[in-house]
Design a protein around this ligand. Sequence first.
Ligand SMILES: Nc1ncnc2c1ncn2[C@@H]1O[C@H](COP(=O)(O)OP(=O)(O)OP(=O)(O)O)[C@@H](O)[C@H]1O
Length: 276
Amino acid sequence: MAEAAPILEAPILEARGVSLRFGGVRALTEVSFAIRQGEVFSIIGPNGAGKTSMVNCISGRYRPTEGGIWFGGQEITRVPVRRRAALGIGRTFQNLALFGHMSVLDNIMVGRHHLLRRGFLPGMLYWLGGAQREEIAHRREVEEIIDFLEIQHVRKAPAGTLSYGLRKRVELARAVALKPKLILLDEPMAGMNLEEKEDMARFILDLNEEWGMTVLMIEHDMGVVMDISHRVMVLDFGRRIAEGAPEAVLADPHVKRAYLGEADEAVRDLDEPVTA
Ligand SMILES: Nc1ncnc2c1ncn2[C@@H]1O[C@H](COP(=O)(O)OP(=O)(O)OP(=O)(O)O)[C@@H](O)[C@H]1O
């Protein structure tokens, strides 16, 4: 008797045959993959491999030259950026994109405007219309995110005055405040010291495990990738060369070869034994 097919969880995000060209440059070539609901999925690969291009195709910043993107079973290839955020795709950026003169609290509130049904109403209308109640609930949720990311002590400080590690955390808070189902993290650990990296890894895990967010992460730090990813996809010269559990992927000879041209540090990371 034939064995029953395993029941696969419906993917939250799917890329099918995505290619992206900039003039003569092939940033991505026929890349297909699926992210399951509830997982931490990382994209790794040498510099210029196409990682950010792939994430930009998912966030809507770039439109694939060929192929398509599906989110929750709906094709979103041509859906504009703002609509994707409303559908439940949130993101942080490789370079910080905070308003330096605004307080931490206001930076986080800014991200939530599309969630407010009533917008900002003037005078009596505001008090009568239930907008006040809505804003109170809204502020409560933002405070919850601030507590979760342990940035209470700087909630009133202008974002521009904070240390780099704290600013990265505020940026994460702003993305989380949009209540995304899928959060795209572009090098969340870049430029951080060890302690900051450990904190950030813990926050990402908590977002995934306690808040139920699916995470797509680009990260160069192999230790972090190994520690917190359920699955990893490797890009090289815009092509998918491997995908699977972190240990298996890093042991893959194609992956080792792809990294040989990289800095010594990255190659050393790949050769380091994996600790549980
Ligand atoms: N807007 C653009 N215009 C022209 N070429 C681009 C553009 N964006 C990316 N590319 C090219 O596409 C290729 C993939 O770049 P991408 O930034 O996606 O790689 P990456 O893996 O994210 O690299 P890194 O790890 O250095 O951030 C590179 O050759 C890059 O020069």
